[in-house]
Ligand binder design. Structure first.
Ligand code: VGL
Ligand code: ZN
Length: 201
C-alpha cells in the first residue's frame, strides 16, 4: 500500500516560544525527523498556516482577546479567535529550524483568504478544495501518516477530511501535540478520530 507522510503546521508560532504555543511541541521533532529520513513514503507533504495580517481569525482584528468565541456570521471562522499567528513571510510562519524541510515534496499554504480560516490541509473551513486529495490520488496513495500541530485543531480537521476522501489514516501520537484551549480537547479529538476510522498509534 502506497503511503504519504503529512506534516501539519510545524511552524515557529506553534512551538513553545511562538504566538500560539502548543505545550511540549518541540518534543515531537525527533520522531518527525526520523520519519522524514526513512524514505518510505511516496511523497511528503507539509501544510503551512499562512495568514495575511488582517486575517479575521485573529482576535486583534475584532478588538477582542485571544481564545474568545467568534460570534460573527461568517461560517468559515471560529469557534475561537486566535492570537495573531503565522503571518505570511514572518518568522512565526516559518517551519521550525530543526525540521528536515528538505524532505518536503509539496507545501500546502492555507488560511490565506482574509475572511476564511482553514484548519484542514484538504479544504478550508468554507469547503474550498486546496488540491491535496487530487495530488495524493494521482500518486496512487492509499494511506496517509499524519503528524504535527495542533492535534486538537489542524491535525484533527485534516485527519477527518482525509478519512472523508477515502484514505486510510494513521496518526502518530508521539509526533503530535494539542493546544487544549478547553481542557479535554485532545482526548475528545482522539476519540472522534478513532470513531471515524483513524488508527492512532
Ligand atoms: C491552528 C489554530 C489556528 C493549527 C492554526 O495549526 O492547529 N490552530 N490556526
Ligand atoms: Zn491559523
Amino acid at each position: 500500500m502506497k503511503e504519504a507522510l503529512l506534516c501539519v503546521d510545524l511552524q515557529n508560532d506553534f512551538y513553545e516560544y511562538g504566538a500560539l504555543p502548543v505545550e511540549g511541541a518541540s518534543e515531537i521533532n525527533e520522531k518527525i525527523n526520523q520519519l522524514l529520513k526513512n524514505n518510505r513514503y511516496v511523497t511528503v507533504v507539509a501544510s503551512q498556516d499562512w495568514h495575511p495580517q488582517n486575517h479575521l481569525s485573529f482576535a486583534s482584528n475584532h478588538r477582542e482577546d485571544p481564545f474568545t468565541p467568534y460570534e460573527g456570521e461568517k461560517k468559515g471562522l471560529g469557534p475561537l479567535l486566535w492570537p495573531d499567528h503565522c503571518v505570511q513571510n514572518s518568522f512565526g510562519a516559518d517551519f521550525h529550524p530543526d525540521i528536515y524541510t528538505e524532505k518536503f515534496d509539496l507545501i500546502i499554504r492555507k488560511g490565506q483568504l482574509t475572511e476564511v480560516d482553514s484548519y484542514s490541509a484538504f479544504h478550508d473551513n468554507d469547503g474550498r478544495d486546496l488540491g491535496l486529495a487530487e495530488y495524493l490520488k494521482a500518486l496512487a496513495v492509499e494511506k496517509i501518516v499524519v503528524v504535527g500541530l495542533a492535534l486538537d485543531v489542524c491535525v484533527y480537521y485534516t485527519v477527518l477530511d482525509a478519512l472523508k476522501h477515502g484514505f486510510s489514516v494513521e496518526l502518530i501520537r508521539e509526533a503530535s501535540k494539542g493546544v487544549e484551549a478547553q481542557p479535554g480537547d485532545v482526548d475528545r479529538a482522539c476519540q472522534d478520530m478513532k470513531d471515524k476510522g483513524a488508527i492512532i498509534i
